[in-house]
Design a protein around this ligand. Structure first.
Ligand code: ADP
Ligand code: MG
Length: 678
């Protein structure tokens, strides 16, 4: 009897499996139909022929027409992957992950097999991978190990119009590689009309442009400037929801915090509107959103409901969300800004360019006529917005790319083939910093420390901190700190209704005013001691997801330590060693307390403050080193640790002189102290 039962079950299973297979087949067939409906499909043969005939091709087509998802598949179908991988770069990691997932689905393969992605600290590829999506920064890092990109048959620099720092550097490098590798195909793809500029740069490469599908978009400006764009955005969304015909809404915000705030306010206001109105589904999307939740924005909106997507710039051109009919554009984005004179970098909420505004509006007209609500005036648009966004290379700290270029053997940076050169001052500043960090010698050549630092996919100051930890025998602690600093999202969780509990939990890690870096270390080690317990995270108001990411990053850093032959060693009894390692990397970020409780940065005096979230915000040590500056209502230092001024002379003799570190407290320091250390 038993065997009959088993047999029955078996047959039953087979049926279930067969119907599942059949369902998968139809789903795949449907996806193939969708592929054929994309605007680029009509140009498939022409495009493949152009690629065959030309080594370098500039491709221009509207957002959503199928460039990113289809071109690599066409190349695969045409046999290019027999000679090597097809690599496709994306400026944003969310885009690389999401697009790879989509293409794997369209090809009916498992993500990470034939189709994969590679982003910093996460490699989802295998030996089988032939279509590889990756961030532009990752291709740059791959070049360090494979300077001729020998394993690739085609490289697509996608979203070229974004002009990120890594994309601009890649331009110069792949242009050069293409000259000595005639078999390598190079495609530069862009959503905007900068095509001529790209073509000129790539020795007048031909331009392949094809029309997308665009429906008219009605543009509305506000009649008077908005004092509070968050509030204006929410009111606009609710007004659309109540008054306008069905169709999804896309709102552009500048970052995760804004999006979370907007989500909370929207939920609250919707509840207040009662049950008579339609369902409004809120979907956030930003870089640190966990991938399970990212997929939600692509799910079709249920009949009768409306979806509102709260997005960062990622939805401007990198990701296409179908079904958007209304765009709400407050007109801002978060941008890096860099002052080459002081070497200070900050994230600023900045007005977008006209080109961005046009792209944003375009998101409303992809599947039918749409409407765009700009939360600024027409006068504002015409008179205040720049035509184009300034390329990142002209507004960022260049230390990390200079280090990468140096380790690629490119020494003459002034004559590097930049599409738009950075300010000479910024290059000089980067060289000076790398020299002060000991990565370059007086001749501008890479030192042994510099070569080690270049192995880490981190800012040179963080890499230096890690490399130095070898000397202080605390690499174990330092990579935990570096990992915690690299997580991206916040570590501490602070729900509105439990703020007091959360703050108390947080302060537990700050006992003894150890400073924020050591507090992060304590969080990590305590979590590790509980064997990475999720429960422990809940109890201590710690974000589980951030901790898991920190662990992944830490594992990779540990692997890299081995590569540069640094032993893992622990020195928990001597926290000064840990602090010294931090200062050895971050000494340019030193600030000194003023009488009024603010701080002044030492080298290029500027007024800054300790961030209220810091464990030292009430302590106000005389001398501090900080991880980064953020500008909100004031210029704040985030992640702060106390230091002894004499360390500056000991650890950074090229950078600080005795006069820099003299103050009331240490005037009696022996005159020779600095010299002795040099
Ligand atoms: P382009 O690169 O030209 O802007 P894409 O290739 O990114 O265009 O997008 C083509 C189509 O694929 C769009 O209709 C988009 O909605 C769809 N698509 C892309 N990624 C996903 C995804 N993860 N899930 C569902 N649809 C997607
Ligand atoms: Mg694209």
């Amino acid at each position: 009897k038993e065997s009959v039962m088993a047999g029955e079950n078996y047959e039953h299973d087979m049926d279930a499996k067969e119907s599942q297979d059949a369902a998968e087949r139809t789903a795949l067939e449907e996806l193939q139909e969708v592929r054929k409906s994309l605007p680029i499909y009509a140009y498939r043969e022409q495009l493949l022929q152009a690629v065959e005939e030309h080594q370098v091709l500039v491709i221009v087509g509207d957002t959503g027409s199928g460039k990113t998802t289809q071109i690599p598949q066409y190349l695969h179908e045409a046999g290019y992957t027999k000679r090597g991988k097809v690599g496709c770069t994306q400026p944003r990691r969310v885009a690389a992950m999401s697009v790879a997932a989509r293409v794997a689905q369209e090809m009916g393969v498992k993500l990470g097999h034939e189709v994969g992605y590679s982003i910093r600290f996460e490699d989802c590829t295998s030996d089988k991978t032939v279509l590889k999506y990756m961030t532009d920064g990752m291709l740059l890092r791959e070049l360090l190990g494979e300077p001729d990109l020998a394993s690739y048959s085609v490289v697509i620099v996608d979203e070229a119009h974004e002009r990120t720092l890594s994309t601009d550097i890649l331009f110069g490098l792949v242009k050069d590689i293409a000259r000595f590798r005639p078999d390598l195909k190079l495609l530069i793809s862009s959503a905007t009309m900068d095509a001529e500029k790209f073509s000129d740069y790539f020795d007048t490469a031909p331009i392949f442009s094809f029309p997308g599908r665009r429906y008219p978009v009605e543009i509305n400006f506000t009649s008077a400037p908005e004092a509070d764009y968050m509030d204006a955005a929410i009111v606009t969304v609710l007004t659309i929801h109540v008054r306008e015909p069905l169709g999804d809404i896309l709102v552009f915000f500048t970052g995760q915090e804004e999006i979370e705030t907007a989500e909370e306010i929207l939920k609250h206001r919707i509840r207040g509107l009662g049950t008579k109105i339609r369902e409004l589904i809120i979907c956030p999307i930003y870089a640190n959103l966990p991938s399970e939740l990212q997929a939600k924005i692509f799910e079709p909106t249920p009949e009768g409901a409306r979806k509102v997507v709260l997005a960062t710039n990622i939805a401007e051109t990198s990701l296409t969300i179908d079904g958007i009919k209304y765009v709400v554009d407050p007109g801002f984005s978060k941008m890096k800004s860099y002052n080459p004179r002081t070497g200070m970098e900050s994230l600023l909420i900045t007005p977008i360019s006209k080109a961005s505004a046009t792209q944003r509006a375009g998101r409303a007209g992809r599947t039918s006529a749409g409407k765009c609500y700009r939360l600024y005036t027409a006068f504002n648009y015409n008179n205040d917005l720049e035509e184009n966004t300034v390329p990142e290379v002209q507004r960022t700290n260049l230390a990390s790319v200079v280090l990468a270029l140096k380790s690629l053997g490119i020494h003459d940076l002034i004559n590097f083939d930049f599409m738009d050169p950075p300010p000479a001052e910024a290059l000089v500043k980067a060289l000076e910093l790398l020299f002060a960090l000991g990565a370059l010698n007086k001749l501008g050549e890479l030192t042994k420390a510099g070569r080690r630092m270049a192995e880490f996919p981190l800012d040179p100051m963080l890499s230096k901190m890690i490399v130095v930890s070898d000397k202080y025998k605390c690499s174990d602690e330092i990579i935990s700190i570096a990992a915690m600093l690299s997580v991206g999202g916040s570590i501490f969780y602070r729900p509105k209704d439990k703020q007091v509990h959360a703050d108390n939990a947080r302060m537990n890690f700050h006992t003894g005013n150890v400073g924020d870096h050591i507090a992060l270390l304590k969080v990590y080690s305590s979590w590790k001691e509980t064997n990475y317990s999720t429960q422990w995270c809940y109890e201590n108001y710690i974000q589980v997801r951030s901790m898991k990411r920190a662990r992944d990053i830490r594992d990779q850093l540990e692997g890299l330590l081995e590569r540069v032959e640094i032993e893992i060693s622990s020195n928990l009894n001597d926290l000064d060693s840990v602090r010294k390692s931090i200062v050895a990397g971050f000494f340019p970020h030193t600030a000194k307390l003023q009488k009024n409780g603010s701080y002044r940065t030492v080298k290029h005096p500027q007024t800054v403050h300790i961030h209220p979230n810091s464990g030292l915000s009430q302590v106000l040590p005389r001398w501090v080193v900080y991880h980064e500056l953020v500008l909100t209502s004031k210029e704040y230092m985030r992640q702060v640790t106390e230091l002894k001024p004499e360390w500056l002379i000991e650890l950074a003799p090229h950078y600080y002189q005795l006069k820099d570190v003299e103050d009331g407290a240490s005037k009696k320091m022996p005159k020779g102290a600095g010299k002795a250390a040099m």
